[in-house]
Design a protein around this ligand. Structure first.
Ligand SMILES: *Cc1c(COP(=O)(O)O)cnc(C)c1O
Length: 397
């Protein structure tokens, strides 16, 4: 059998390559940070990590992880409900609830699992899920695993959401699901309006704060801070893999009965291992740090404002952003690839995105700003973009 299957795979893989959609991985030989070393030893400035607060290699998190490793061991060898719950896991769940102003939290191995395991235990075929068209793949998969009826509305389009809500009125329960920040444009979901519609049409709300927590809002507490909706959203999911240290781990936080039910029925929680003690220990420290001072959030906001305003002044076409994601629009897929590779020659590591990751004709380079970036890093990046942008004739006067 395998020979036929192998032929099939080789053909499919070469089709991916032909279409220019083959993903190659660049190997880093250093820790994650503002400056990374790539294979061969070249140092480049990193503008494509989700390391928003610069915590991925922060000395305080390394110290906390080391202490956790020594005091609580390396692994748990168990799921939470058998013998996989330590004091550290409970403390981290409390820290996350405090951060979001929610009632309780449940940890997962990743946010992919949190989203995969949130719908099926709570809703059935009598219910409706109204999901933004640009929601993360893990939300789409989670919805598929649930028997509830699915309604899809255009990205952040409240007219469409209202129509879908009207169409979904006959269901028992309704929930509107949205990313907090959409990762390709950097736009924030209009959560205030979503909540108004939820109120009007009797629906619950779930928001995935993966790209927004630690970033959006005056003190970086996410979209619920931005819209003054702290504690009002039924379900928030998020990741420890982006702003909060970037290691691994996800969570669902919100109403306590919802969390309680997930602990009883959510399959990725019941049938998958606990997060490692050192990750829990470092996570606790990350939330402590963010409770002590807004220094990192403020620096990130300042960096983002500086970068975006200078790039616009330089003549780049930048998508309006309310996050630390800055989409430099090029519209042409090949141009985005060429530009990213020329920028790498200049010591700037960024990634071009094109169809099918973004719509056809919407190719871009996505720049992600971090609190780990110093002003000189930003200036170097802007100078490199400007130089390459002139060469490729993509600047407007
Ligand atoms: C990154 C991301 C995830 C996945 O998070 P992991 O913890 O890496 O699995 C889920 N949802 C959204 C919106 C994300 O951006």
């Amino acid at each position: 059998m395998y020979q036929q299957f192998q032929t099939h795979l080789v053909k499919e893989l070469s089709a991916i390559q032909q279409a220019g959609l083959y993903k190659n991985e660049r190997i880093l030989i250093s820790a994650q940070g503002a400056i990374v070393q790539v294979l061969g030893g070249k140092e480049v400035l990193n503008f494509c990590a989700n390391n928003y607060l610069g915590l991925s290699n922060h000395p305080q998190l390394i110290e906390a992880a080391t202490q956790g490793l020594v005091s609580h061991g390396y692994g748990m060898s168990s799921v939470r409900f058998i013998c996989g719950t330590q004091d550290l896991h409970k403390q981290l769940e409390q820290s996350i609830a405090n951060f979001f102003g929610t009632e309780d939290t449940i940890l997962y191995a990743a946010c992919f699992d949190a989203n995969g395991g949130v719908f099926e235990p709570l809703l059935n075929e009598e219910d409706a899920i109204l999901s933004d068209a640009l929601n993360h793949a893990s939300i789409i998969d989670g919805v598929k695993l649930c028997k509830a009826q699915r309604y899809r509305y255009e990205n952040a389009n409240m007219t469409d959401l209202e129509q879908q809500l009207q169409a979904a009125q006959s269901h028992r329960y309704r929930i509107i699901v949205t990313d907090g920040v959409f990762s390709m444009d950097g736009n924030v979901a209009p959560l205030d309006k979503i909540c108004e519609l939820a109120e009007k049409y009797n629906a619950m709300v779930m928001v995935d704060e993966s790209h927004s927590a630690g970033v959006v809002g005056n003190t970086g507490h996410g979209v619920t801070e931005l819209y003054n909706l702290r504690g009002k959203i039924e379900i928030i999911t998020g990741t420890l893999g982006k702003a909060f240290g970037g290691a691994i781990g996800g969570f669902t936080t919100g109403k306590k009965e919802i969390i309680e039910m997930l602990r009883q029925r959510s399959r990725p929680y019941l049938f998958s291992n606990s997060i490692p003690p050192m990750v829990a220990a470092a996570g606790i420290r990350a939330f402590e740090m963010l409770a002590e001072t807004n220094f990192l959030q403020n620096k990130l906001h300042e960096n983002t404002r500086y970068f975006v305003s200078r790039m616009i002044a330089a003549g780049f076409d930048i998508k309006p952003t309310q996050s630390a994601i800055c989409a430099v629009m090029l519209y042409d897929a090949q141009l985005s690839q060429l530009m990213a590779s020329l920028l790498l020659n200049e010591g700037i590591y960024v990634t071009g995105f094109y169809f099918p990751v973004v719509p056809k004709g919407q190719a871009r380079i996505r720049v992600q700003i971090s609190a780990a970036h110093e002003r000189e890093h930003l200036d170097k990046c802007i100078a490199a973009f400007t130089k390459v942008g002139k060469e490729l004739n993509v600047l407007t006067e």
